[in-house]
Design a protein around this ligand. Structure first.
Ligand SMILES: O=C(O)c1cccc(C(=O)CC[C@H]2O[C@@H](n3cnc4c(=O)[nH]cnc43)[C@H](O)[C@@H]2O)c1
Length: 223
């Protein structure tokens, strides 16, 4: 991202998050910085894409970040840790076949992988490292359905061995940002491990606290 610290009172970074609790956690971390605007999209890639596209028609931003809580793959991203995406991957965009899942690229009909803004992503990873936050830089999957079985977990791990996390909005936000020619990032703090559905095991409070910490780290990078 270009240097956003040019003297302006206008927000230059748009943060898209799915629900109010996430927005409030991020805003606590941002402590009123005028450089950032946080908007809720609702849950899922379609709402995320539509809301981001509308917001990008209202104002010019230098960077869009999809932030929120997410599920972490066991052994890659534990509860309360943070994942910064290098790639945002729509993991269910394609077709089933008897030979296995075919991503949309193999059908010649689109793009399931969107690259994030490397410079900005690595700056935030470095800031989180300095704050001694456990952080990993890896692909984040986007799915319209939360993974809740062992078989889907294994299938995703086989298809995307590098992926560290999944959530439901990244590819929607990234598609809208890409169409508007604005760099994009995704950052998730982990509330639960991906596997057989166990909503009781979700550590939402802890993940929201970690999200607040990421908000603070953003102001350390861009202030
Ligand atoms: O109940 C609450 O207090 C509460 C507070 C904040 C957020 C929530 C959510 O349910 C957020 C839904 C949001 O979380 C992402 N997410 C979290 N874990 C996963 C997962 O394992 N797989 C996919 N998505 C996950 C997702 O992006 C949803 O938008 C509740």
């Amino acid at each position: 991202m270009e240097d956003p610290t040019l003297k302006t009172e206008e927000p230059v970074v748009l943060i898209m998050t799915s629900v109010k609790a996430e927005k409030e956690a991020i805003e606590r971390g941002l402590k009123g910085s005028h450089l950032f605007k946080v908007v809720t999209t609702g849950v899922g890639p379609a709402k995320a894409a539509a809301t981001t596209a509308v917001e990008l028609t209202k104002h010019t931003y230098k960077l869009v970040i999809n932030m929120g809580i997410g599920g972490g793959f066991v052994g890659k991203a534990g509860v309360s840790s943070t994942v910064v995406a290098d790639l945002i991957i729509a993991a269910d965009l394609g077709s089933e076949s008897e030979e296995g899942f075919l991503p949309i690229e193999e059908l010649g009909m689109g793009q399931s992988v969107i690259a994030t803004d490397t410079v900005s992503a690595l700056e935030i990873v470095e800031a989180l490292n300095k704050l001694q936050v456990e952080v990993c830089y890896a692909p984040i999957l986007t799915l319209a359905t939360v993974t809740g079985t062992t078989s889907t977990t294994q299938a995703l791990q086989e298809r995307y061995p590098e992926a560290a996390a999944e959530a439901m909005e990244g590819h929607g936000v990234a598609t809208a940002a890409e169409l508007a020619d604005v760099p994009v990032m995704e950052i998730r703090t982990i509330s639960n491990q991906i596997g057989p559905r166990d909503r009781e095991a979700w550590r939402i409070k802890e993940a929201l606290l970690a999200l607040e910490g990421v908000g603070h780290a953003l102001t350390e990078v861009w202030s």
